[in-house]
Ligand binder design. Structure first.
Ligand code: ADP
Ligand code: MG
Length: 243
C-alpha cells in the first residue's frame, strides 16, 4: 500500500494485543470471500480499550467489509471476532430513516428503558436539541452526520466504528464534526476505529494508524508526533474558545 504517511511522525507498531490483556476488539484469522476472491484474508487485529485507531487503505481494500464484520452485520465471515461490550457504527452517509423524526431515528431498535430521554441527551451532546422533532431530509449534511453520531452514542458503545464519517462534509463542517468526535471520545472513552483517506486526519486523531492491504493489516504505526490533539476536556474547551 502506498499511503504517504510521513515516516518522521510515526513508529512501527505491532498488533496492540498482548495475550490475556483486555481488549475492545480482538480479531483472529478473519476471512471474507466474495465469490472466489478473499477480500479479507486471515486478518488479525487487536484494539485496546479506549484506543483511537485510524484505518487507511485503497478503495476496495476491504475497510468497510471489516467494519461490517466488527459490527456484526455480516454473517458470511470466517474467523474469530471478540468484542467487549456494545458496538455502534456511523457510516459515510448518515442513513437516517426518512419517515422517522430525528429523535425516533436514534431509538430505532434500541431496547433500553427510557429511550426517548436517552435520545434527547445524545442530541444535546451533538448540539441538535432543536432538531429532535425534525424530518431527516430537512437536515444539513453536518446535522445529519451529527444525528448519525448521536444514534451511535445512544447505544453507549465500547467500540465506535466510523466509516469515513467526514468525507462528505465541507471543510468547515468537517472541523466541527472532528471536534465533536474527539469530544465524545474524551467524554465516553470508547475505542474508536475510524476509516479515513486523510493522513492528516489520521495523524490528528489517532493513537495508531493501520493500513489494510492484501486482506490483512499490512502496516501498523504508533503516532509519535501527533498533530495537536485534545483528549483532555480542558484543552478541548480552550480549543473551542480559540476557534
Ligand atoms: P473499501 O471500504 O476499502 O473501499 P469494501 O470493503 O467496500 O472496500 O470492498 C472491498 C471489496 O469487496 C471491493 O472489491 C468490493 O467490490 C467487494 N465487495 C464488497 N461488498 C460486496 C458484496 N456485497 N458483494 C460482492 N463484492 C463486494
Ligand atoms: Mg468503504
Amino acid at each position: 500500500a502506498r499511503v504517504p504517511v510521513p515516516l518522521s511522525d510515526v513508529a512501527p507498531a505491532g498488533d496492540a494485543g498482548r495475550p490475556g490483556a483486555p481488549s475492545a476488539a480482538s480479531v483472529r484469522g478473519l476471512t471474507r470471500r466474495f465469490g472466489d476472491r478473499a477480500v479479507l484474508d486471515g486478518l488479525d487485529l487487536t484494539i485496546a480499550p479506549g484506543e483511537f485507531v485510524a484505518l487507511l487503505g485503497r478503495s476496495g481494500s476491504g475497510k468497510s467489509t471489516l467494519l461490517r464484520a466488527l459490527a456484526g452485520l455480516d454473517e458470511e465471515v470466517d474467523g474469530d471476532i471478540e468484542v467487549d461490550g456494545s458496538v455502534a457504527v456511523a457510516f459515510q452517509e448518515p442513513r437516517l430513516v426518512p419517515w422517522k423524526r430525528v429523535r425516533d431515528n436514534l431509538t430505532l431498535g434500541l431496547d433500553v428503558p427510557g429511550p426517548a430521554a436517552r435520545a434527547d441527551a445524545a442530541l444535546a451532546e451533538v448540539g441538535l436539541t432543536e432538531r429532535a422533532g425534525a424530518w431527516p431530509l430537512t437536515l444539513s449534511g453536518g446535522e445529519a452526520q451529527r444525528a448519525s453520531l448521536a444514534r451511535a452514542l445512544v447505544r453507549e458503545p465500547r467500540l465506535l466504528l466510523l466509516d469515513e464519517p467526514f468525507s462528505a462534509l465541507d471543510a468547515l463542517t468537517r472541523i466541527t464534526v472532528h471536534r465533536l468526535v474527539l469530544d465524545l471520545w474524551a467524554a465516553h472513552g470508547p475505542a474508536v476505529l475510524l476509516v479515513t483517506h486523510d493522513v492528516d486526519e489520521a495523524l490528528t486523531l489517532a493513537d495508531r494508524i493501520l493500513v489494510l492491504d492484501g486482506g490483512r493489516v499490512a502496516h501498523s504505526w504508533t503516532v509519535t508526533a501527533r498533530r495537536p490533539r485534545h483528549r483532555d476536556h480542558h484543552d478541548l474547551l480552550a480549543l473551542r474558545t480559540a476557534l
